[in-house]
Design a protein around this ligand. Structure first.
Ligand code: AMP
Length: 369
């Protein structure tokens, strides 16, 4: 395991005037580069050959240099890491980085300094741990059923890993569960191990909100040191469930034998009733507070995925403990960040800004691991 001390040692040797912000070219990379450039940093992208064109096409968001790899796991090779360390790289982790490289690989083999607390990545990658985290934060969670025979309401069946909803299905009885699970296995959508470890969770019917928080240990908040900022909110667009009503002119979903699918394909902006914002902010605070005792505390961006019911109750079903792709909607800030910063402030830029404050106050060790 790469220790905090080890990373601190590396950072202490970095030339702070020549730091490079780097990430893998996917997920929220354009936003991260754009924001880092606005904050005056050199930027470096790690990309596969097929992505080069896109990442060279946006002058204000293209990284200053690109390092090509065939497979993102190459970032774990010692020679590759050496190249990053030579350029004083601070890596910004995002969902694709965690998915392609693996949370445990990052923890055990990646000795390049990263923005935030890398411990959080191990937590967000495990549904069991996320549930423990949400419960500890006194936030409502959907009920879970250990065995299909216990199903007594509409449930969503989920599989492990950050797969963007692939294979998930809805069910309301044991019989239907067995039928659909067999279908998923036969189609090769999921493996046997995945089916054995499936999560059967109560489906909360309502509107989904994905608020984007940022915890700064360097800013003073209302309760003393450290500030939770709620920078923006999005809603994920998942195919085909998002527009499934369009086929319903032809019959019911059952008649048509169409199952909703929850694969993430994009994001849409959304806002929530102002009267609900205090609770949304409070949830962000409680999630940060409980993270301190669980793994030393989340630092930087995170998101609590929630559903708002007709009774205006908020249920959380997932936490992303790093920048989420929904923040890509707001490269110049959002309807919330505009009330906090005079200048356009995306989450990507906010990361760069925090690093700049850390350099100035000689407190980078609080931001990097
Ligand atoms: P997840 O992998 O947990 O983020 O779930 C992927 C998608 O499935 C979410 O973005 C939601 O659209 C949907 N979803 C997951 N859990 C629930 C739930 N308990 N109730 C309603 N929708 C859910």
């Amino acid at each position: 395991m790469i220790s905090r001390e080890e990373i601190n040692k590396v950072v202490s040797k970095y030339d702070k005037k020549k730091l490079t912000i780097a990430t893998i070219c996917s997920h929220s990379a354009l936003q991260i580069f754009h924001g880092a450039k606005m904050e005056g940093f050199r930027t470096l992208g790690i990309c596969t050959p097929d992505r080069r064109e896109l990442y060279e096409s946006y002058p204000l968001a293209s990284p200053d240099s690109l390092l090509e790899v065939e497979n993102y796991k190459e970032v774990l090779e010692p020679e590759f890491q050496e190249k990053l360390l030579k350029q004083n790289v601070i890596m910004v982790p995002h969902g694709s980085f965690v998915e392609y490289v693996g949370a445990s690989n990052i923890h055990e083999k990646f000795s390049v300094p990263m923005f935030g607390n890398r411990e959080s990545l191990g937590w967000e990658s495990s549904r069991k741990k996320v549930r423990e985290w949400i419960k500890k934060s006194s936030v409502k969670v959907p009920r879970e059923f250990r065995h299909p025979s216990e199903i007594e309401t509409v449930c969503i069946v989920k599989f492990s890993g950050a797969k963007g909803g692939r294979g998930f299905f809805l069910t309301s009885s044991e019989k239907d569960y067995e039928k659909k699970m067999k279908m998923k296995l036969d189609e090769g959508v999921i493996t046997k191990t995945e089916s054995e470890n499936a999560t059967i969770q109560e489906f909360i019917n309502g509107v989904r909100y994905y608020p984007h928080y940022f915890y700064s240990p360097l800013m003073k908040g209302r309760d003393g040191n450290g500030r939770i900022e709620m920078l923006s909110i999005d809603r994920r667009m998942e195919s085909n469930v998002e527009e499934i009503y369009r086929v319903m002119a032809a019959g019911t979903l059952q008649e048509l034998n169409i199952n909703p699918s929850y694969v993430v394909t994009g994001n849409a902006p959304i806002t929530i009733r102002e009267s609900l914002l205090p609770e949304v902010l409070n949830i962000g605070k409680r999630v940060r507070e409980s993270s301190v005792s669980l793994f030393g505390g989340i630092v930087g961006p995170y998101c609590v995925e929630m559903v708002c019911t007709p009774e205006l109750e908020l249920y959380a079903f997932e936490i992303s403990a790093r920048i989420v792709a929904g923040t890509n909607l707001y490269p110049l800030g959002s309807f919330l960040s505009a009330y906090m910063f005079k200048e356009p402030m995306s989450t990507g830029r906010r990361i760069g800004r925090e690093i700049n404050i850390g350099i100035k106050e000689k407190k980078l060790d609080l931001l990097i691991y």
